[in-house]
Design a protein around this ligand. Structure first.
Ligand code: PGA
Ligand code: ZN
Length: 438
């Protein structure tokens, strides 16, 4: 048995230059586990709170209170515990802050601690994280299919484009390496088309191109053109994936597309997105309606759930109970798993299990504020989740995750490449005879 002897927090800095929480867990056998909390910008209102100090210094984003929560409140409750008891440890953390959004300790304090415990346990067992988690969960590992951002919009790019993420997936690739190659080609093709047309503003928060398009559809047109310029037939090996992040531009069933100066109700938004599904090779769509628009999400899923993957991010906030509720009401057919939305590893795993129970897809995901922490590459592989969303194909806080997948795939037992299995029940799967692979 390996016992937690020390829990120590430290302030480090994320990819947007903001302070964040790192936690070190030391064990009686000398092992160390370390993890860093990421941070979202387009956050769901029901996700765990990032505890920040407020005030004027560091734009109010300092994390002294979250660090104190780790060192003064969480640490005493964890020292002396068996590090392998992840569930018991996470339950103990929850008992210290039973508030629904972890506003007392801060989700940033709890997630860094909980993940650091997991790392310490793996290190003590002398296993890579992915293998430790797979053994703990009894899952079959698989190298995930990436979802990679080409254009960034919404809250990540000055709200210049309303839709937040224009991404590609390469479900027709036969290996993870092949996905990396195709993505490189498409990313740079998109960049050169934008530069030629004078549509380039820079790079968005997650490293995708920051476009100055005149309409949201122009982004889709350009993405299709980029896929073609890269030598691909759109919808063949490469498909489009969108994160609409609709809560960012709508609430109470009213939506406002600032770029096009259009206001619409939920039904009109669904019709517009349905038109896009007809016109473009989109196989996956995230948060097509707002987090409060249950009627809209049920309607969207009823109309398009057989055609595309419909992911709840802000809509489900990595919450197992919300997944159960959504499955019962026929909303969504996949869940985004962000450990810091839940606040602990155990709650995230419970969400993943709930999704699997209902035959849903699961996409392990980074946040727009990230760091060198690679935990999610291991979690996605360990769970055989099948999909991993990290942001774009530039900047080291993104590339470190893709590169970690390349290292993991070299380790024996890490499984084969999940490929397009996750999209088996979409139009892409039917077109490519993957229906039975799900
Ligand atoms: P966030 O966005 O990390 O800024 O919340 C990522 C996403 O919406 O998937
Ligand atoms: Zn999202």
């Amino acid at each position: 048995m390996s016992i937690i002897t020390k829990v120590k927090s430290r302030r480090v800095w994320d990819s947007r230059g903001n302070p964040t929480v790192e936690v070190d867990i030391s064990l009686s056998d000398g092992s160390l586990g370390r993890a860093i909390a990421p941070a979202g910008a387009s956050r769901g209102t029901r996700e765990a709170i990032d505890l920040r100090d407020g005030g004027s210094a560091l734009s109010g984003k300092n994390v002294a209170r979250a660090l104190a929560a780790v060192d003064e409140v969480i640490a005493p409750a964890l020292v002396g515990r068996d590090v392998r008891d992840q569930q018991g440890i996470d339950d103990a953390i929850l008992a210290l802050d039973p508030s629904p959004l972890k506003e007392n300790l801060g989700g940033n304090a709890t997630v860094a601690t909980s993940l650091a415990v997991l790392h310490a346990a793996a290190s003590s067992a002398r296993l890579p994280l992915w293998r430790y988690v797979a053994e703990m969960e009894g899952t079959t590992p698989a190298i995930p299919l990436p979802e990679i951002q080409i254009f960034g919009g919404g809250a990540h790019a000055g709200r210049r484009v309303d839709i937040q993420d224009f991404m590609i997936m390469v479900p027709g690739a036969s290996s993870f390496d092949e996905v990396m190659e195709v993505t490189n080609e498409v990313y740079f093709a998109a960049g050169s088309i934008m530069a030629q047309k004078g549509k380039m503003a820079g790079v968005a928060d997650e490293g995708g191109w920051w476009p100055v398009f005149d309409s949201n559809e122009e982004a889709l047109e350009t993405l299709v053109a980029a896929i073609e310029k890269a030598g691909e037939t759109p919808g063949d090996r490469v498909v489009i994936s969108l994160d609409v992040a609709a809560s960012e531009f709508g609430k109470d069933g009213r939506y406002r597309l600032a770029l096009e100066d259009r206001e619409m109700d939920s039904g009109q938004l669904i019709d517009m997105l349905g038109g896009w599904l007809d016109a473009y090779p989109i196989a996956s769509i995230e948060d097509p309606v707002g987090e409060d628009d249950t009627t809209g999400m049920v309607e969207f899923t009823r109309r398009f759930g057989e055609r595309v993957q419909i992911i709840g991010d802000d809509y489900l906030v990595t919450n197992a109970a919300l997944v159960e509720q959504a499955a019962a009401s026929g909303a969504c057919n996949a869940v985004l798993v962000k450990v810091n939305q839940a606040g602990t590893v155990s709650e995230s795993l419970a969400t993943f299990r709930a999704a699997r129970k209902h035959g849903w897809g699961a996409i392990v995901s980074a946040r727009s504020g990230e760091t060198e922490d690679v935990s999610i590459a291991h979690l996605a592989t360990a769970l055989g989740a099948g999909q991993l969303k990290v942001g774009s194909f530039t900047r080291s806080e993104r590339m470190v995750k893709w590169n970690e997948c390349l290292r993991i795939q070299d380790e024996p037992g890490s499984g084969s490449f999940a490929g397009g299995a996750a999209l088996a029940r979409t139009w892409w799967g039917r077109k490519n005879g993957k229906e039975t692979a799900a």
